[in-house]
Design a protein around this ligand. Structure first.
Ligand code: SAM
Length: 280
């Protein structure tokens, strides 16, 4: 769908765009093809798309032979999309994607998320899917550039934090590219980027340890300029933390931004094991 087709469709249906729903539609065929190529989809693939809008990306996914489950909050757009894609393997669920996803069985094994996400809910959606008991195989998402940077960030950078650690516990960030503002209608005020995340063959954090891991990274980054041990000792006994620091040869004054994903995973294991012993 190019820009004039998109405008014609909006006019034909008398649709006014809703800013609060982040309705910036991608109309640049080259960018849409790049997204689908990055997702490496194959005929018969099961694709979850959040926020299909008028179906610019959806139609490329359907043309590639995929089955699409799309979640859209705007009933007007969903009605147009349903009419345009009649007879195609597209299921549309109406509602807020965060809520819809939390209510569905969290089994996304064999699925890929390919979406130009509504920016206001991109992070909770990605965290929920990444930490689901069976996460999708791959997530190829268009998000705000700063969110893409946080998703892909390495330790000791300004972007490294809670979002990086929650998603990277299960997914490996890969290739990404910027999408120019002019590729959208209307052009957004923020810079956008498409990023690929592949599910790790072996999760860095075991399912049973996830609750402690989440609590740990949230606490560690609650004040990123503060020494991590000072924050963590509010939730865990100091000797337990000191034992870990000594074992890993961590400096007492280390801040969370210098601690690697593997170190956080091992610290979560250590804390979870201690909690189990205390409960026994
Ligand atoms: N995928 C389309 C495209 O690339 O042109 C539209 C993307 S637009 C950035 C975001 C879409 O998400 C809009 O269609 C908007 O109505 C929808 N949306 C916004 N918030 C949502 C939510 N919480 N749950 C589901 N859809 C939402």
């Amino acid at each position: 769908m190019n820009l004039s087709e998109l405008r014609a469709l909006l006019e034909q249906h008398g649709l006014q765009l809703t800013k609060s729903l982040g309705q910036n539609f991608l109309h640049d065929g080259n960018q849409l093809r790049r997204i689908v190529a990055l997702a490496e989809v194959h005929p018969g693939d099961k694709i979850l798309e959040v926020g299909p809008g008028l179906g610019a990306l959806t139609s490329h996914l359907l043309a590639a032979g995929c089955e699409v489950l799309a979640i859209e909050k705007d009933t007007r757009l969903a009605a147009v999309l349903r009419e345009r894609c009649q007879g195609k393997p597209l299921t549309i669920e109406l509602g807020d994607a965060v809520r819809v996803l939390r209510e569905r069985p969290p089994d996304w094994a064999g699925w890929k998320l390919v979406a130009n996400l509504p920016y206001s809910v991109a992070s909770p959606i990605l965290v929920d899917l990444a930490l689901a008991p069976t996460p999708p195989e791959r997530m190829v998402v268009t998000v705000q550039l700063e969110v893409a940077r946080r998703l892909a960030a390495s330790p000791d950078t300004a972007d490294y934090g809670l979002l990086s650690l929650l998603v990277q516990a299960r997914f490996r960030p890969g290739e990404w590219f910027r999408i120019p503002e002019q590729s959208f209608y209307p052009p957004p005020r923020v810079v956008s980027a498409c990023l690929r995340l592949d599910r790790r063959s072996k999760p860095v954090v075991a399912e049973a340890v996830l609750p402690v891991y989440r609590k740990l990274v949230k606490c560690a980054f609650s004040q990123r300029r503060k020494k991590m041990i000072k924050l963590l000792r509010n939730l865990w006994p100091l000797p337990v933390l000191e034992a870990f620091y000594a074992r890993e040869a961590l400096r007492e004054d280390i801040r969370a931004e210098k601690v690697t994903l593997d170190q956080f995973a091992r610290l979560a294991e250590h804390l979870a094991a201690t909690e189990r012993e205390t409960d026994a």
